[in-house]
Design a protein around this ligand. Structure first.
Ligand SMILES: Cc1cc2nc3c(=O)[nH]c(=O)nc-3n(C[C@H](O)[C@H](O)[C@H](O)COP(=O)(O)O)c2cc1C
Length: 200
């Protein structure tokens, strides 16, 4: 599938065949693509929780106010992020770079994030946002539909998945075989309303 076609065909699908299973190689393929997504300084803040256990899925569904796709989709991935990833053995993020690049980037990374909590969190969320789009497009390429979701009780979900201190939940994504198509697009803003040139 062409990238433009996948972008156009990706829709937030809410109804899935509950008995459809995703072959393990498809899930691996999607996730292997996801971790190639770009992140600032290659920090890769994302940490994913794949919810495979049926009972846990049903608990997550309750935390998501009963949204059917949480339990019915073949896969459910909760996109979390380590806010302190910038400071967790950062040499790993540049290990394959030439030594002079490493020597330059590591102090830059520290100066960029140290003591700046808002930026640390913004970056973690940014990384997950980009990973989410990769996940949805990769799934589309393999013939699956997806639904990105933030409609859940954050504290309850954090408790259910035992979210570690210093981590955030960005969203979750249901991936599966559509039972019903998405509604027609809700109403896209025209390009000339959202695209400025040089200045607002
Ligand atoms: C961050 C995010 C959170 C969302 N949360 C939910 C959700 O909890 N439940 C739901 O049914 N759809 C959810 N959606 C889907 C949006 O409603 C949908 O993407 C939007 O209406 C545009 O439709 P489209 O994705 O089909 O183009 C969410 C989308 C995003 C990007």
């Amino acid at each position: 599938m062409e990238v433009f076609q996948a972008i156009k065909q990706r829709r937030a699908v809410k109804h899935y065949h509950a008995d459809a299973e995703m072959p393990a190689e498809d899930f691996d393929k999607i996730m292997s693509a996801v971790i190639l997504s770009p992140t600032s300084y290659n920090i890769q803040h994302w940490r994913f929780v794949r919810v495979t256990d049926k009972e846990q899925r049903n608990k997550v569904k309750s935390a998501a106010w009963g949204q059917a796709q949480v339990a019915d989709a073949s896969e459910l991935v909760i996109l979390c992020a380590d806010i302190n990833a910038w400071n967790d053995r950062p040499e790993r993020y540049v290990i394959n770079s030439p030594q002079e690049t490493q020597d330059m980037l590591l102090p830059m990374m520290d100066a960029f994030y140290n003591g700046k909590e808002q930026i640390q969190r913004d970056e973690a969320m940014r990384s997950c946002g980009i990973a989410a789009q990769t996940m949805m497009l990769a799934a589309k390429e393999l013939g699956y539909d997806t639904c990105p979701m933030v409609g859940f009780d954050r504290e309850e979900l954090a408790r259910l998945i035992r979210l570690p201190q210093g981590y955030v939940i960005a969203m979750m994504i249901a991936i599966g075989t559509a039972e019903k198509s998405a509604h027609p697009r809700g109403g896209q803003l025209p390009l000339n309303e959202v695209l400025a040139e040089n200045y607002f």
